[in-house]
Design a protein around this ligand. Structure first.
Ligand code: CMC
Length: 388
């Protein structure tokens, strides 16, 4: 009973209390557990940040070593999962493969259904964070028709991921440390972003107390959508279309006339420079030092410069967001555009699972079940088929 509040897209409804991620969109501030994203990106590793998100505090040396060891120990997949991935068509989208294989993990670990047991939850969280890069890399290599590379547990989390993606010989894979660092930074920046669409999906599905593989599978589905995880791909397409610096003014005019959007600009929450975009812009320099400059960088920088001085963008408080520069790096690292969202999903897994753990242990939480405002008919008598 009672009148429901109408709030499509939940733009003004808090679905939970959360102590994980803080955003101030007007000031352009992002903090995980109170630590500014800039400091974490500079000083931390992805697994250290994952620990922070999951446990609320930075680990000490021993806690970090234990955590890294546990994650490393779980990187291998059951052999049958390899056949499962093998079953996809050669041109299957890697996000579809990732979503399906993460969901399939729930059948390999029936103990995951015991979501009210803290130790069982910890085990599934460790497993999933460990296996995501392996699944992402297998999906990538399936698309290329290349043999899968098994995890090398002597390598760090990100080095191992790069090796599983790009290793081409029996020799030990040696990633350039600057590329490893850049990937760590990108992973840290994408680890959590409070109640975004995919996190809300994980919480909503998780509130039924289904196992976390099924809940994260739903989150991957949400992230797959072009309004959420797919924008970095669109930025790259746009930069290619603009093609040369001299065509930028014409393109900007088109945006101002509503012909198209300046992809990678604007954000529901940030009405200031997205702090993640600033950090990624810096990381570009380090990556391009190794890979050579992505020629699209010049167009991106000039677009940004012109947009930030143009009244249309200033008035609407449109600034570059996380996706404006990330695709340039991904491309320089050797990824095709379909992989971009997989590179988002892998680190976001720690955020999804931290939020899932918070949900399950929150005594105030209930099964997610929004209200509706019914606009259909009330009671009518059934009409037999021959009288309609
Ligand atoms: N280019 C041109 N105009 C824009 C843009 C843009 N990228 N973004 C917003 N505007 C205009 C919009 O047309 C509107 O103008 P007016 O008031 O004249 O109608 C005004 O700015 C306000 O925009 P809005 O659509 O009400 O803002 P929103 O909060 O609903 O949308 C957004 C946010 C991110 C969907 C939107 O800015 C957008 O589509 N940006 C491009 C896509 C993109 O880069 N998405 C990545 C988001 S960050 C990563 C993630 O969340 O996964």
């Amino acid at each position: 009973g009672g009148l429901a509040t109408y709030d499509p897209g939940f733009v003004n409804t808090a679905s939970c209390r959360s102590a994980i991620t803080f955003i101030d969109g007007d000031e352009g501030i992002l903090e995980y557990r109170g630590y500014p994203i800039e400091q974490l990106a500079e000083h931390s590793t992805y697994l250290e940040v994952a620990y922070l998100l999951l446990n609320g505090e930075l680990p000490d040396r021993e806690q970090l070593d234990d955590w890294v060891h546990e994650v490393t120990y779980h990187t291998f997949l059951h052999e049958n999962l390899k056949q499962f991935i093998q079953g996809f068509r050669y041109d299957a989208h890697p996000m579809g493969m990732l979503m399906a294989s993460v969901s399939a993990l729930s059948t390999f670990y029936p103990d995951a259904r015991d979501v009210l047991d803290a130790d069982a939850r910890k085990l599934q969280i460790t497993r999933m964070i460990a296996k995501m890069p392996t699944l992402g890399a297998f999906a990538f290599r399936h698309g290329m028709g290349r043999p899968y590379v098994y995890p090398d547990n002597d390598l760090s989390y990100t080095e191992n991921f790069l090796a599983m993606l790009f290793k081409m010989s029996e020799r030990k894979y040696n990633a350039d440390p600057r590329l490893v660092k850049a990937l760590e930074v990108l992973f840290i920046l994408h680890a959590d972003h409070e109640q975004n669409c995919s996190t809300n999906a994980v919480r909503s599905v998780g509130s039924s107390q289904v196992d976390p593989y099924s809940a994260v599978g739903a989150g991957i589905g949400a992230l797959y959508g072009p309004l959420h995880g797919g924008a970095n791909e669109a930025v790259l397409r746009m930069l290619r279309e603009v093609k040369t610096v001299d065509r930028i003014p014409e393109f900007i005019d088109g945006v101002k006339n509503g012909k198209e959007k300046l992809m990678g600009f604007g954000h529901r929450v940030y009405k200031n420079y997205d702090p993640r975009a600033k950090i990624i812009k810096k990381a570009c320099d380090d990556v391009f030092e190794v890979t050579g400059v992505n020629p699209l960088l010049e167009i991106a920088m000039e677009l940004e410069k012109i947009a930030l001085e143009d009244e249309y963008f200033v008035k609407r408080r449109l600034y570059p967001n996380v996706d404006f520069y990330s695709g340039l790096i991904y491309e320089a690292l050797g990824f095709s555009p379909e992989m971009f969202t997989v590179l988002f999903a892998i680190p976001r897994t720690s955020g999804w699972l931290a939020q899932w753990e918070e949900l399950i242990t929150d005594k105030e939480q209930k099964i997610a079940r929004p209200k509706q405002i019914y606009t259909g008919y009330r009671t009518r008598d059934f009409v037999p088929l021959d009288q309609r």
